[in-house]
Design a protein around this ligand. Sequence first.
Ligand code: SAM
Ligand code: SF4
Length: 351
Amino acid sequence: MVSPVTSAFPRSHVVDAFGRPLQNLRLSVTDRCNLRCSYCMPESNYAWLPRAELLNFAEICRLAANFSRVGASRIRLTGGEPLLRQDLADLIAMLVTRAKPTDLALTTNGVLLADQARSLRNAGLKRLTVSLDTLQPERFQAITRRDKLGQVFAGIDAARAVGFDELKIDTVVVRGQNDDELAALLNYARDIGAELRFIEYMDVGGATQWTPQAVVSRAEIIERLAGDYGSVRPLGGRGSAPAERFELPDGTVFGIIASATTPFCDRCDRSRLTADGTWYQCLYATAGLDLRAHLRAGRSDADLAELIADTWSMRTARGAEERTQMEHRGVFVPVSALRRQPHLEMHTRGG
Ligand code: SAM
Ligand code: SF4
């Protein structure tokens, strides 16, 4: 049973060494995936987290509640592919009642969404983001090594039908792979009432085929869309959100997440908890805090909240900025190291 938030623990919205608040928590519920996207899981073999080491639902809720006590009350469920986690809707319902997040969202590849959209909604999920890089079935197969685009479209349709109005579509833009589809994807998102965000291809752990040349920068995306639509107007008011938002002359709004060329480290308030309870305060961090060990050692809620707050207060990470300052920027983590340390993978720590 999670203890209620009391004045016994007065700290809220702890800030790090640079004054950045602890706010957005990305909870990875599995490192497994049913796709093999070229920019995330391009290898033929992977080292997986042992199933016995994954947090159970009660443990996830207990950690989430304690994160919330010190400010991280905005939760996004991710993975791997989160819909592969058995009984995910039950976890959502438990999180809603025990951690009481101020925002609860989920990022999915959409493959299993048609079957689960209604139960996710009924469980209390508020917002949904579906990753979609192409509208072309053959290209989808080439990018993901799976023939499942029809399932993704069916999932998006089901999500809209059950009332996920704030639907977002995330598209990783990779040169020579899907950069000729920017306008087509924008038009598709506009037609279904979703907001599209273009994501620059990042040199995260797992992106073992990354090259600087494959990145289509924020500047280039804007230039190309201005060529297609006439003008692209920045909307401003971004706050700590990763996406910068823009408007086209017809009123269509879209976002760009430019972490590869124009990082937002100075405002980054997000951290990541892996499915086995390791907490990372930066996407590029090479070491994390094993919260599962503390949980299973019998630490109290007050102790856990204090540990989270103390760790965050010492945070100095600016990983994406440091990458942009490198003279020779290449693959972040070589495959041999990923085999030894699956925690360094994007699909393990959650995108
Ligand atoms: N499987 C789910 C999905 O694809 O939506 C959730 C996990 S996935 C790791 C979360 C997000 O990370 C996705 O939107 C994906 O496109 C993004 N991502 C993965 N690798 C990336 C990379 N190298 N650069 C930029 N975004 C990446
Ligand atoms: Fe693709 Fe998401 Fe799976 Fe990575 S975790 S391979 S981005 S579907």
